[in-house]
Design a binder for this molecule. Structure first.
Ligand code: AMP
Ligand code: MG
Length: 458
């Protein structure tokens, strides 16, 4: 890959990262590259791509490093995390736009803790497909530039094929990146990170309170978009909360099939902390942790606590307004207000009662009657809806369903990448009428196909 690298993060104080490169792998092979994304971010493919995407060579101008951060994981404070299996190659600049290029699964770093620094094929392909689908669905997200197999074994519960994802992000600055310096009392680092973040993402911001407001606004919108897709992130830890407001870290995430507000997929989320319906509250909780991390930058601590509490409390109303906009779009209501909430909520209640398929109901909302057991209930709802709707409903015809993601991974692990390419093609064109191939992939799972648990698979 060739690009105009400008590695601003590498110019931050040295205690904020470890400069090191990826660890070479034995026998890399290319799975795919993303030409459209490359063009967008100003990356040109070259004959060295395989070596670059495998971490066997570093592109000219890159200054690779592993970032330090901390975070609350399932509400528990972890004082030190960091890129344990990822290397930031550097930032590429195209016009006014700057993007991180990161290898994920690229070997040990000082932050690997007990891990091996590697990834296996399953989570790499899952993140590739789901993040690219998310982008096509119009939701802010990290992207996938390339995927390679390493020719090396990765040991989890079984022996699995190793792989590396090349991830592109507006940045990899997380709530946890701020938290670590606040917790350590390293105010100079915290100030440097604040200045850096404002310059990079929020140039209009003039003080930490304004940064908090700006990040809250983006997170509120982001989570509303997830809710509109039936998307469950699964690991909304503060180290997975992007300051730029992008969806980041696709682990045990899932688009739910049949709708229930309490749905949880992640096998490690025993208490349902990150259930579908909890996501807005967790988002606000994460913003409270961000606010706490910004307080040391404020001259008057008590005043800051008061102001920041107000800012965090304002997130849920912002989220609710964004949620109305999202579901208004889905139902063809161009100017949704508070008065439309019962109409939206009543449909969701009918869906939850019958556990109808979330995507399929909205994909053909005019003709969704047969998907309900309570058809009278749906008829009544539809009559109310007809009186209110004033625009075309906009809904995806396809999302990456769990059972198709699993099937694609199983095939790829056995050497057949055709299902990966087919699923990727289908889910990256979600608003178009379905092709015959896509129609199969869009179908809700049968009882035998249903996937109810997802795994981090790290
Ligand atoms: P995640 O839950 O994927 O956001 O990861 C949480 C933390 O665990 C991050 O600091 C990761 O870098 C680290 N981690 C996850 N998997 C591995 C691995 N295989 N080797 C080293 N570190 C890992
Ligand atoms: Mg993470």
């Amino acid at each position: 890959m060739k690009a105009d690298f400008d590695n601003s993060f590498a110019r931050l104080p040295s205690g904020m990262f470890s400069a090191l490169g990826p660890t070479p792998v034995k026998e890399p092979a290319l799975i795919t590259t993303n030409a459209a994304l490359a063009a967008d971010i100003g990356v040109t493919f070259t004959e060295d791509d395989l070596a670059h995407f495998a971490g066997n060579a570093v592109p000219e101008g890159a200054a690779p490093l592993a970032q330090l951060y901390a975070g609350h994981q399932f509400g528990q404070w972890n004082p030190q995390l960091g890129d344990g299996r990822a290397i930031l190659l550097g930032e590429v600049v195209n016009g006014g736009n700057r993007h991180d290029i990161q290898l994920k699964g690229s070997g040990l770093t000082p932050y690997s803790r007990g891990g091996d620094g590697r990834a296996w094929l399953g989570p790499v392909l899952r993140e590739y497909v789901v993040s690219e689908a998310m982008h096509a669905l119009g939701v802010p997200t990290t992207r996938a530039l390339a995927a390679v197999t390493t020719g090396e074994d990765v040991y989890r519960e079984t022996v699995l094929p190793g792989a590396i994802l090349t991830r592109v992000a507006s940045s990899h600055i997380r709530v946890g990146t701020f938290q670590i310096y606040a917790a350590r009392g390293q105010i100079d680092h915290l100030q440097a990170l604040y200045d850096y973040t404002v310059a990079r993402h929020y140039p209009d911001v003039t003080n930490p309170g304004a940064l908090l407001d700006a990040v809250i606004a983006r997170q509120a919108k982001l989570i509303a978009e997830w809710m509109g897709l039936g998307f469950i992130h699964g690991v909304m830890n503060t180290d997975n909360a992007s300051i730029a407001g992008e969806t980041i870290d696709y682990g045990p995430c899932a688009f739910m099939d049949s709708y229930h507000p309490a749905r949880v997929f992640s096998a490690i989320d025993q208490f349902g902390r990150y259930a579908y319906q909890n996501q807005p509250q967790i988002g606000a909780w994460n913003m409270a942790q961000f606010a706490t991390a910004l307080i040391p930058l404020m001259p008057d601590r008590d005043q800051a606590i008061e102001d920041f509490t107000k800012a965090v409390n304002a997130m849920i109303p912002q989220y609710e307004a964004a949620w109305r906009d999202v579901f208004g779009r889905k139902l063809g209501i161009s100017n949704p207000t508070e008065d439309d909430v019962p109409l939206i909520a009543d449909l969701l209640t009918l869906m939850a009662e019958d556990q109808t398929d979330f995507t399929a109901v909205f994909a053909d909302i005019e003709a969704a009657r047969d998907q309900f057991l309570n058809r009278d209930g749906f008829d009544d709802w539809q009559a109310r809806w007809a009186l209110r709707r004033n625009a075309e409903p906009v809904n995806p015809q396809i999302i990456p369903r769990n059972h198709q993601v699993e099937a694609m991974i199983t095939a790829a692990a056995a050497g057949d990448f055709a299902p990966f390419h087919a699923l990727l093609a289908a889910v990256t064109d979600p608003y178009a009428p379905l092709t015959d191939a896509a129609r199969e992939l869009a179908k809700p799972p049968t009882e035998e196909e249903l996937v109810t648990r997802t795994f981090c698979g790290t």
